[in-house]
Design a protein around this ligand. Structure first.
Ligand SMILES: Cc1cc2nc3c(=O)[nH]c(=O)nc-3n(C[C@H](O)[C@H](O)[C@H](O)COP(=O)(O)OP(=O)(O)OC[C@H]3O[C@@H](n4cnc5c(N)ncnc54)[C@H](O)[C@@H]3O)c2cc1C
Length: 345
């Protein structure tokens, strides 16, 4: 059994105390668990999977189900956007790229390899993380939509988030994990409930920790019937709060979007949706008059640096795993691997 599962130090000295500790916890909380994860977005689910598949008894406690998280609103494509620090996100991102590429070969995961381009109206160099993408090349001028000055083309895992979150949830359950719908009012109150607690609360860490460095960057997107677009497209022009992108997902296409810094509003706005569709249709005329199917809003949990570190909590340990900005899907497997390595020893 991993050392941390033994609880406070005196338990290690007196093994019979472990039994009494377990009885105490079962009496207080109904059941014994090795790890309690807060949050069922992509960070909480992947962390829960890694620990449950290693044989630990893991419970995820979440205020909202996976289909009502920020994670479900993502585009999504692998990439290290609005996130830092570079020296930590590159190794996490490399793991994410490997794992997601593997999942793209499995049916039913919601992940597939897709090609597309990122373009800009002003000259722009590919960002540092594109070095991890094997087939990156600069676009020929003839490939660019009208009005764009340059861009790059590559293949990467793209993820249909509602399907992917369903896959992750099923995989967690298959590994023996338990998912509870309940809001955590205070991290301090969790002391003693499990030897390891992992805080994957996304943007809600702003109030839960509390951590004022966590700032929401609101992203609104439109789900439409796909008129036949096969490649993803991202305009990287700096035009806050607007960004235009398109992610085809079979018969549907996700159109974006916004980068609204500090905006906590989860309600889709019809004027913003109209502007998103008009902006995308101006780039790809096949989107004129497209049938709108749904609207989604997510709050990117931005922070100057991802917070992946531990601190004591009662006799156990509290891991923080939040602040993944615009890259949480891409980083989740790498962050989960780092926590699993520390917890499992
Ligand atoms: C429009 C948009 C496009 C994006 N595109 C991409 C992309 O292409 N690629 C990419 O990698 N990333 C992308 N992102 C970023 C990515 O979606 C996020 O970084 C990621 O979803 C964060 O996941 P998370 O699990 O940390 O947080 P969340 O998904 O927000 O999950 C947080 C969880 O914590 C729970 N919770 C919060 N407070 C409490 C509490 N008090 N008690 C119990 N539970 C609580 C919530 O209910 C939820 O289950 C995009 C984001 C948006 C909005």
């Amino acid at each position: 059994m991993p050392e941390l599962v033994a609880g406070p130090g005196w338990v290690a000295l007196f093994p019979e105390a472990l039994f009494l500790e377990a009885l105490f916890l079962i009496g207080r909380y109904g059941r014994f668990m090795d790890v309690l994860v807060i949050g069922a977005g992509v960070s909480g689910l992947t962390t829960g999977i890694r620990l449950a598949e290693a044989g630990l008894d893991v419970t995820i406690r979440t205020a909202a189900p996976p289909e009502q998280t920020t994670s479900v609103a993502a585009g999504a494509v692998w990439g290290l956007v609005r996130v830092g620090p570079q020296d930590r996100v590159v190794p996490w991102g490399r793991i994410g790229l490997e794992v997601l590429t593997g999942l793209a070969a499995e049916p039913g995961t919601g992940v597939r390899m897709a090609s597309g381009q990122e373009v800009s109206r002003a000259p722009l160099e590919p960002p540092y993380w594109t070095e991890l993408v094997p087939d990156l090349r600069l676009c020929e001028p003839s490939e660019l939509p009208a009005g764009f000055a340059g861009g790059w083309h590559y293949t990467a895992p793209t993820i249909t988030m509602p399907v992917y979150l369903g896959y992750l949830q099923a995989r967690f359950a298959e590994a023996g994990g338990t998912l509870e719908l309940a809001r955590v009012g205070s991290l301090a109150d969790l002391a003693g409930e499990a030897p390891v607690v992992v805080n994957c609360s996304g943007v809600a860490a702003h109030d839960l920790v509390p951590d004022p460095e966590v700032v929401p960057v609101r992203g609104q997107v439109v789900i439409a019937a796909n008129p036949g677009i096969e490649e993803f497209f991202i305009s990287r022009d700096e035009a806050p709060p607007w960004i235009f992108y398109m992610f085809p997902h079979g018969e549907q296409i996700l159109l974006g979007g916004t980068n609204q810094v500090g905006d906590w509003d989860l309600e889709p706005k019809s004027d913003i949706a109209e502007r998103i569709v008009a902006g995308c249709a101006a780039i790809d005329p096949r989107l004129h008059g497209v049938k709108i199917l749904a609207h989604r809003v997510g709050l990117r949990p931005t922070r100057p640096q991802v917070r992946l570190e531990s601190e004591p909590l009662g006799g156990g340990v509290l891991w923080h795993n939040y602040g993944h900005g615009g890259a949480g899907i891409s980083l989740s497997w790498g962050c989960a691997a780092e926590i699993a390595a520390a917890v499992l020893g």
